[in-house]
Design a protein around this ligand. Structure first.
Ligand SMILES: Nc1ncnc2c1ncn2[C@@H]1O[C@H](COP(=O)(O)OP(=O)(O)OP(=O)(O)O)[C@@H](O)[C@H]1O
Ligand SMILES: [Mg+2]
Length: 274
């Protein structure tokens, strides 16, 4: 049986390791290591975008006393259950004594507070956009495509403090054309992370294959969910069994090219990631 002081010390060490032992996936290294006034991180599903951006926020909060972050997720439940959980794992040893996270319940306060005075406000797209107004931050993360009003309210929040405005998303579930236009016209740095074996070394081969099988069940979103594309309609993908009878629409790609869209692409015909 360990004496209490020793036991506490060991526990502390294990917890500290969560932040210190985190190994970023190679394509996320520029996100976690560099300062970007604004950056778009367009990713496949399940490739680690939320965990990496939580690591970045947690690391900055711990290293810079008094820093201010805001994390915005798609809905209140996701913010507590996923990003809230990741933040709690990284921040556990640094929390103010009044602030704690309970699995299944979430955070006891809407703002995470560290002993060093850093804070992270948790919000979601369920909150009205006007509730996103009014404060300045060193970092604002919008996880998953935001509604336009939430984007607008948050974009200006980092300018006063020379902070970072970070979008992490898979381009599904909401129109993203307007966001793409802003990112491309304003020349934002972009990180693109498709679902590839070498990008997710923490999954076993079986888990990786199971994940690919899940993605096969929505082949029309394969491009966004697996290849991290902006849109689901792309050139060069092979559909066996595709005939003229399957064509329901033709989409123009630029001035001289177009692509046919089939409603009947059999899942097994879709190329797997190499
Ligand atoms: N660098 C890492 N090392 C070990 N595990 C990781 C790492 N990054 C992410 N993971 C794990 O991978 C899984 C998916 O991570 P995460 O939720 O961040 O992915 P996501 O891309 O945000 O997924 P979704 O598409 O569902 O939003 C989680 O179990 C997470 O703990
Ligand atoms: Mg996520």
């Amino acid at each position: 049986m360990l004496r209490p002081v020793v036991a506490r010390h060991r526990l502390q060490k294990v917890r500290l390791d969560e932040l210190n032992k985190f190994v970023p996936s190679p394509p996320f290294v520029p996100l976690v290591c560099q300062h970007h006034p604004q950056i778009a991180v367009r990713c496949a599903n399940r490739v680690g975008k939320t965990r990496h951006v939580c690591f970045k926020a947690a690391n900055h909060m711990v290293a810079n006393p008094g820093s201010r972050w805001r994390f915005v997720g798609p809905n209140r439940a996701q913010v507590q259950d996923v990003s809230g959980l990741y933040l709690s794992q990284f921040l556990q040893p640094y929390l103010h004594r009044k602030c704690y996270y309970l699995e299944g319940k979430g955070w006891n306060t809407s703002t995470i507070i560290l002993r060093n005075g850093s804070i992270c406000q948790l919000k979601s797209y369920d909150d009205r956009p006007d509730t996103h107004a009014g404060s300045s931050f060193d970092g604002v993360v919008l996880d998953e495509p935001p509604p336009k009003p939430h984007f607008a309210e948050n974009q200006a929040r980092t300018i006063d403090r020379g902070g970072q405005f970070i979008l992490t998303f898979t381009a599904v579930n909401r129109p993203v054309g307007w966001m793409r236009q802003i990112i491309e016209e304003q020349n934002w740095p972009q990180i693109v992370v498709p679902f590839r074996r070498e990008h997710v070394p923490w999954y076993s081969a079986e888990k990786f294959d199971a994940m690919v099988d899940v993605f096969r069940s929505s082949p029309w979103q394969w491009a966004q969910r697996v290849d991290a594309d902006w849109e689901g309609i792309t050139e060069g993908r092979v559909y066996t069994g595709f005939t003229k009878q399957n064509v329901v629409s033709r989409y123009r790609l630029g001035t001289s090219r177009s692509v046919s869209v089939s409603t009947m692409a059999p899942p097994q015909a879709i190329r797997r990631p190499s």
